[in-house]
Design a protein around this ligand. Sequence first.
Ligand code: SIN
Length: 286
Amino acid sequence: MTAAGTFGYGTEYSHLFDIQKLGAIVCKGTTLEPRDGNPQPRLVETASGLLNSIGLQNIGVKALIKEKAPIWANWRVPVMVNIAGETVDDYAQLAKELDGVAGISGIEVNISCPNIKAGGAEFGVNPESAARVTAAVKSATSLPILVKLTPNTGDIVGVAAAVAEAGADAISLINTVKGMAIDIATRQPLLGNRTGGLSGPAIKPIALSMVYEVAGAVEVPIVGCGGITTGNDAIEFIMAGASAVQVGTASFANPRAPLDVLEGIEQFMQKEGIKDIAELIGAARR
Ligand code: SIN
């Protein structure tokens, strides 16, 4: 899968490679109303990573349903919509609006964005609020729901168990790790929003250990995410217990990265004589 916020609405990449070969596309975080996002600068490159503080800039759910879903309805690749809100009701309303719309195959519930003043990661840091959002979305839609977790909590296993119990069909982790960078010439934070979320290879070991821990605690499928750049990275996440992976920041340096990762997984399986990826899921746990 592509990771939300790194692959636009998929349309931006469709002329660059055959995106229909991917497992799924997860589109940019979507809110009830359109958002302009946070003040610039919103991206800073760091050692082996990328800090972002986009602030959920997006076109809003109504425009997404009118302008993007009809395009997706003609695609073979399933598209999931990442949703974010400031209140539990926002999430439920988003889920209701997306339910039954042709071209939308699932919902990723974003309780992990660190760049907004209200909502987002606020809901993902403790099990009770994470479960409330999950249950509200679940009862508002018949679409499968994937809940995306934040690493910026002291209790990722507790949050994962709570959202699984509340009806998540699958869990994706991790979203970005809160971070910042300072310009020593101006003595000011480099990001307009002061702090942001770190992604890319720098966070891969953190993501991997969280996937490993969560896989030991829940029965629902896990989608691993965080710094995956190659097929071998993806295999590590699968061996830690993920059933699928998302490729995010790597797409900024190499737009074909999601397909390269998929082909890398296939090459590894061929080399090892593995017929079914299920043989590898959780291999490092046994
Ligand atoms: C953003 O738009 O600020 C990033 C989205 C996210 O971290 O979920």
